[in-house]
Design a protein around this ligand. Structure first.
Ligand code: TXA
Ligand code: MG
Length: 343
């Protein structure tokens, strides 16, 4: 593959043409990077194992890490998953409340889903994106679309077409540029299960649909913190992930910061100068703020991967990251910061 074409989706009048170009690629077993509300996805026809194999090759993704399947309607879930009777009700409620949107459900899979999509697991992860481009492409294709985040394995997820270009240029035929992603963090992944009194929702990956938002649907179970040696229930959730090339250190207490002579340090600050933080504590070579000035977690989530990438490209020797409060969206941000700090 030599050249990666950027298809501009900013003009709503041209949307049908853009969607058709993406569908044409998917229909012949090719890949195309598409915007979603969370992060950009690298899309392939989910029912074509050769196309899905290209996704693994292009991302350099290990085959034990299964892909998320995107559907275009509630009915399409039944094409790929067998929803057991005892969770039908809670699954329907979750879909009604959060689809289209950043929530992925892990359900028992149907035979038509190739093993390569699910890494041989008996379950399939399904979500319905609310992004107009992704939604329109899945509907026009009329088949489910496998789409992991459009980055090389273990690297920073892309929240803009230019970030996808940096990750995958020359490896895929096209990227649809639908602007910056609205949520900025990958979907929340849950596995619903029948419980004694209420359904049990196992959160496999924290994301924009928070524990607080899910509580009313059932009892929340969080996975044990992964260790590198353990096989996590969401196999892609390895201890080391979302890693910038530059080493990153999550520092709780600024008094633990002992700068080395001649080393350049960058700061990943939460809310900048107006509130207490590390910003005035040292002459940082480069500073990026997650939520400039006011410390809003939603803003921090949208900016998270963008800011991480900017620090990585700034030429510093080490990135020092301030913690954010671990409530709501802060849970997903802290989870990613911890994984980014593991080498
Ligand atoms: O927001 C998102 O979910 C984005 C956009 C593009 O849709 N996609 C995304 O995909 O984040 P990816 O491949 O980067 O992450 C998928 C995660 C991995 O951690 C994988 O292990 C988990 O989903 N997963 C997929 N199938 C699974 C299954 N059957 N059981 C448990 N975990 C699964
Ligand atoms: Mg990913």
């Amino acid at each position: 593959m030599s050249e990666t074409r950027i298809i501009d989706a900013s003009d709503p009048a041209a949307q049908n043409k853009v969607v058709q170009e993406a569908v044409d690629l998917l229909e012949v077993g090719e890949l195309v990077a598409l915007p979603t509300e969370t992060v950009y996805g690298l899309a392939a026809d989910a029912l074509n194992p050769d196309a899905v194999a290209k996704v693994f090759a292009v991302k350099e993704r290990p085959e034990f890490d299964p892909l998320i399947v995107h559907v275009g309607s509630f009915e399409q879930v039944d094409e790929v998953a067998e929803v057991p009777d005892d969770i039908k009700e809670v699954v329907a409620k979750l879909m009604k409340a959060h689809w289209p949107g950043p929530l992925t459900l892990v359900l028992p899979k149907k035979d038509c889903v190739p093993d390569i999509v699910t890494s041989g697991l008996p379950s399939v992860a399904v979500r319905m994106s609310g992004h107009p481009v992704m939604k329109a492409v899945v509907r026009a294709l009329g088949r489910p679309v496998a789409a992991p985040s459009a980055n090389r394995f273990g690297r920073i997820s892309p929240t803009s077409a230019s970030a996808v270009e940096k990750e995958l240029s020359g490896r895929i035929p096209a990227i649809v540029d639908g602007g910056a992603c609205r949520e900025g963090l990958e979907s929340t992944i849950i596995r619903p299960e029948a419980g004694e009194k209420r359904p049990v929702l196992h959160i496999l990956r924290a994301g924009p649909v928070t524990k607080e938002m899910l509580q009313r649907f059932g009892k929340i179970e969080r996975p044990k913190r992964n260790r590198a040696s353990e096989v996590p229930e969401a196999p892609g959730q390895l201890a080391s992930h979302y890693a910038p090339v530059t080493p990153l250190r999550l520092l709780r207490d600024f008094s633990d910061f002992k700068p080395e002579e001649g080393k350049k340090y960058g700061l990943l600050s939460y809310c900048g100068a107006e509130k207490a933080g590390f910003i005035d504590g040292y002459d940082w070579a480069h500073v990026e703020q997650l939520s400039p000035g006011n410390g809003k977690l939603a803003e921090a989530a949208v900016r998270f991967f963008y800011v991480l990438r900017a620090l990585d490209e700034s030429g510093v020797d080490e990135i020092i990251a301030e913690p954010v409060s671990e409530t709501g969206l802060g849970v997903a941000i802290m989870d990613k910061l911890r994984r980014a700090s593991v080498r």
